[in-house]
Design a protein around this ligand. Structure first.
Ligand SMILES: NC(=O)c1ccc[n+]([C@@H]2O[C@H](COP(=O)([O-])OP(=O)(O)OC[C@H]3O[C@@H](n4cnc5c(N)ncnc54)[C@H](O)[C@@H]3O)[C@@H](O)[C@H]2O)c1
Ligand SMILES: [Fe+2]
Length: 405
């Protein structure tokens, strides 16, 4: 990587770290309901909202997960217009279709119901309501929304992305069918006004989704923690999330109906979201987003597979911080290096326990690598305050040599 560009990036990150302290940080108000978040209906009615857009996906509708809430909304006399066509790695088309339904239905607020995909699509709708003349590609990057969303209620049904508390919406731009791009819109108005937590909604998560979304949450906590833009609060939240994930993820994986484990995993995902929304993610996310755009790889799976490889690659630079996380997770060693290596091994072991592969088994095509490197490089630089900055050639090495096994 060019040494002058590297200096520019580090300066950019240091300046942003100071500026960000002056920004309008807020957290969503936490609401806890049971029975499929049905209690939200009365709360919404109490706010004087008579019509909402519900953004979800077809699978969740089929499973009937939203039914108790939709029935409760009807009972309260709140009109619900449901958009349920969100795909994994949600697209601009999803956002635009849902936006039309928001306006056609005369909605006054948005309920995002689902995993990161419906939540991010709903945030895209909120951003477009706020900025009707600004298309999604023009909002890519940081601080491009700039105006308030309508009242926004986020109900996570996976325990991973933390989107219910973050300022990010990750959208796939399919404008050019040959070259899909996946990028984040990051601005303060995208922080949901309300995060509605009901662990019972996650009880039916299939094992594969439990494992990969849980590893996404771990990746948020770890990438935030090893980056250079931590605050006291982001460090504490990341540590708390790591502790909870090491204690409860395998339990939730083994028995989805273990509600203690489910509840703690929901908290872990939320805490990890609080950590990374302020302290950023890093190169693992940059690589994973490029794979999501190219191969539609589920986000959590990409994170789970790439994370230990990247931590190995960072090497001695992160031993001290990983040693602290090892302490938090109850992993022992005689010095920082040994603890850090044991922590990485524990991540690999957790992946293996949950049947997550060590690599992508050759799905990455050699001819696609330059395009993905370009996307990952642009996402990571200059924004992410990562412990080791990576040039395109470094990303290429990771994609090819490490990830294909
Ligand atoms: N905004 C952010 O801060 C942020 C952070 C990380 C990731 N993301 C984005 O979030 C998206 C991934 O979200 P995700 O990992 O939550 O997956 P997802 O929303 O794509 O859902 C994955 C699958 O799980 C199913 N599912 C969800 N909840 C279920 C439940 N309770 N029971 C049964 N099935 C259920 C869905 O129907 C879907 O088939 C990606 O696009 C990623 O880039 C956003
Ligand atoms: Fe993530």
């Amino acid at each position: 990587m060019n040494v002058f560009y590297k200096m520019y990036c580090r300066t950019f990150q240091a300046v942003l770290k100071q500026l960000i302290k002056l920004m309008p940080w807020r957290k969503p108000e936490l609401l806890r309901f049971e029975n499929g978040a049905a209690g939200l209906a009365g709360f919404i009615k109490g706010k004087g909202i008579n019509s909402v857009l519900v953004v979800t996906d077809g699978n969740l509708m089929k499973l009937g997960l939203c039914t108790p809430m939709l029935e409760a909304l009807e009972k309260e006399g709140v009109k619900a217009t449901v958009y349920d066509k969100v795909v994994a790695n949600p697209t601009i088309d999803n956002v635009e279709e849902a936006l039309k339904m928001y306006h056609d239905g005369g909605a006054q607020g948005i309920i995002a119901f689902g995993g990161g995909s419906p939540m991010d699509c709903a945030k895209g709708v909120g951003a477009r309501v706020a900025r009707p003349k600004k298309p999604i590609p023009k909002m890519k990057g940081i601080l491009k929304v700039g105006k308030k969303m309508p009242p926004f209620f986020a109900i996570p049904t996976t325990s991973g992305t933390g989107s219910e508390t973050t300022l990010a919406a990750v959208i796939t731009d399919t404008t050019n069918p040959e070259h899909h791009l996946k990028y984040a819109i990051q601005d303060f108005p995208l922080i949901p006004h309300y995060a509605v937590l009901d662990p019972s909604l996650t009880a039916g998560l299939p094992q594969k989704v439990t494992s990969t979304t849980g590893m996404d949450a771990l990746c948020h906590a770890v990438e935030a923690y090893i980056g250079n833009s931590n605050t006291k609060e982001t460090k504490a939240k990341a540590e708390e999330a790591v502790k909870l994930i090491f204690t409860y993820l395998k339990r939730a994986y083994d028995n989805g109906k273990d509600m203690e484990a489910r509840e703690h995993m929901q908290t872990a995902a939320f805490d990890a979201g609080v950590a990374f929304t302020r302290a950023y993610v890093g190169n693992v996310h940059a690589m994973g987003h490029a794979m999501g755009a190219k191969y539609n790889t589920p986000h959590g799976l990409a994170m789970a597979v790439i994370l230990p490889h990247m931590l190995d690659y960072y090497g001695a630079k992160i031993y001290k911080k990983l040693a602290k996380l090892a302490d938090v997770a109850g992993i022992t060693g005689k010095d920082d290096e040994e603890k850090a290596k044991a922590f990485i091994q524990a991540i690999k072991d957790m992946n293996a326990y949950m049947n997550i592969p060590e690599n992508f088994g050759g799905i990455i095509k050699k001819e696609d690598v330059p395009e993905m490197c370009e996307a990952a490089y642009k996402e990571a630089n200059p924004l992410y305050p990562v412990p080791v900055m990576m040039g395109k050639e470094d990303f290429a090495k990771m994609y090819l040599e490490v990830l294909n096994g």
